[in-house]
Design a protein around this ligand. Structure first.
Ligand SMILES: C[S@@+](CC[C@H](N)C(=O)[O-])C[C@H]1O[C@@H](n2cnc3c(N)ncnc32)[C@H](O)[C@@H]1O
Length: 469
């Protein structure tokens, strides 16, 4: 196990930006570590990573503004390796740390993350992490923090050997999830785990109604941002190194959006025609709905979602991209509350799921998902399918999508639905990207995480045969 290449933030060998001034509660490098520890502890206590980090970053004093990328890197990285770092830290402690000091335990994990996975000068990492205990108002823990981190430095080689010899430490997945991945993908589970542990690329969707991909690539090059076209996905570009979206040329003008290449397959598979009525039943934040409209603005698109706040994001995205769709708040499992009775030619069901295909983007999934969630999510997906099927016109098409890699939510879900609905026939999906990167999986195709540098997505197509409703 080698320290990872840090592509998203600049490597800082001294852990301290020149010229940064002192701030209340500590110097900036120490305060950055304390902020990361607070975010990690909040996620451990059940908050989502996005929410925890957004709150902590928005409360940063101006002197820490330049540390955002480092805080994000340490928070994401510590959570990515949580199931390795937590047992290691615990094994270094003489007695367990109290619940009320969860931030301190998280700080030790942040310290271990720096020493095992980041290219930070070890002594600077130790010094600033020890100082971070003071920022957390745990001055009493400075000695213990120092002793534990220095012991890791002394014992680094045997610890790396211990990690390499222990599959659970090396792969850093919860045991139940690793078992499920092994069962589902006996030939691919190691590659899947490795992909889950890698930093994800930043991939863009070019609004082809506004600019060609080649022209946008040139604009990126002109702005000093290196990128390459994703083979077989005509709208997708992947950056060689992530940048802030605001620095992307034409972002505010709607020329480009952030979206993984696997997610960009949905609109191409649907290939909606002008005048067709299309329902995106779980639309927020609107990535796939926007892509459908970018390809064919004359589609009559209804973007439905249960979550009012997330629908705001759909509104913002449509406005930025210059798109017109009908945005509706409602429960897709209960169309009586919002459906006007007119059938849809196409339905996109991008169902709420375990998100086991996008762990590389959301490392907190490892902490928050439980085995019980899988059955609960599969039952809710079945309810959504059953409720939406009657809304489809005879001859119409339903595209079922998840960002899961578990068969219960994917191939088995489709098989069970087709057994319940004899009027649901498989619609053979075809896309050049599937030829190299996807596995046939029951009625549909599974893109595994990391294949073609894409997220893990499942796609299945159903068409309603004319005989019955
Ligand atoms: C995977 S996300 C959709 C992502 C979206 N299609 C995109 O490409 O940007 C799933 C969405 O389903 C919504 N959702 C969950 N249960 C729902 C329900 N019963 N009815 C409608 N929307 C629901 C969630 O609020 C969430 O926004």
């Amino acid at each position: 196990m080698k320290p990872e290449n840090r592509s998203s933030v600049c490597p800082r060998r001294d852990g301290c930006a020149p010229g940064t001034s002192a701030i209340p509660g500590g110097r900036t490098p120490a305060a950055a570590r304390a902020a990361a520890a607070r975010a990690v502890a909040a996620v451990q206590q059940g908050r989502s990573l996005d929410a925890a980090l957004a709150e902590i970053v928005s409360a940063l004093p101006p002197a820490l503004a330049g540390e955002r990328a480092l805080i994000q890197e340490m928070t994401y990285g510590t959570l990515r390796w949580h199931f390795q770092l937590l047992p290691l830290v615990s094994s270094f402690l003489d007695k367990p740390i109290k619940e009320s000091d969860a931030d301190l335990k998280a700080l030790l994990m942040v310290g271990f993350y720096q020493l095992l996975h980041m290219r930070v000068a070890p002594h600077a990492a130790v010094k600033e992490t020890v100082e971070a205990a003071v920022v957390l108002k745990k001055d009493w823990a400075k000695g213990m923090t120092n002793a534990v981190l220095r012991r890791l430095l002394r014992e680094e080689l045997p610890i790396r050997a211990r990690i390499a010899a222990d599959e659970h430490l090396a792969l850093a997945h919860p045991a139940w999830l690793l078992t499920r991945i092994k069962t589902a993908w006996p030939d691919d589970w190691r590659a899947i785990a490795a992909a889950n542990n890698a930093r994800p690329p930043l991939t863009l969707r070019v609004h082809l109604g506004k600019v060609t991909r080649a022209a946008y690539l040139e604009r990126l090059t002109g702005a000093g941002i290196a990128a390459h076209a994703v083979p077989d996905v005509d709208s997708a570009l992947t950056l060689e190194s992530p940048v802030a979206v605001e620095s992307l040329p034409g972002f505010a003008a709607g020329e480009v959006s952030v979206q993984d290449a696997a997610a960009q397959l949905a609109a191409a598979l649907l290939d909606a025609r002008p005048g067709e009525r299309v329902l995106d039943a779980c639309a927020a934040p609107g990535g796939k709905a926007a892509h459908i409209l970018e390809r064919t603005p004359q589609v009559a698109l209804v973007a439905l979602d249960l979550d009012t706040r997330r629908l705001e994001r759909v509104r913002e995205n449509f406005a930025r991209l210059g798109l017109a769709g009908t945005i509706v708040q409602g429960d897709a499992a209960d169309p009586s509350g919002w459906w006007d009775g007119r059938p849809f030619d196409q339905i996109l069901l991008d169902a709420p799921c375990s998100a086991t295909g996008v762990i590389r983007r959301h490392p907190d999934i490892r902490l928050h998902r439980t085995p019980a969630d899988i059955g609960r999510l599969a039952a809710s997906q079945a309810r959504l399918l059953d409720a939406l099927w009657p809304l489809l016109a005879p001859g119409g098409k339903l595209l079922y999508v998840t960002c899961s890699i578990l068969p219960e939510e994917n191939a088995q879900q489709m098989a069970a639905f087709r057994a319940r609905r004899p009027d649901a026939q498989a619609w053979a999906l075809g896309h050049p990207a599937f030829e190299c990167t996807a596995r046939p999986a029951g009625t549909g195709f599974q893109v595994l995480p990391g294949a073609g540098d894409m997220d893990g997505f499942y796609y299945a197509g159903l068409t309603k045969i004319l005989a019955s409703s």
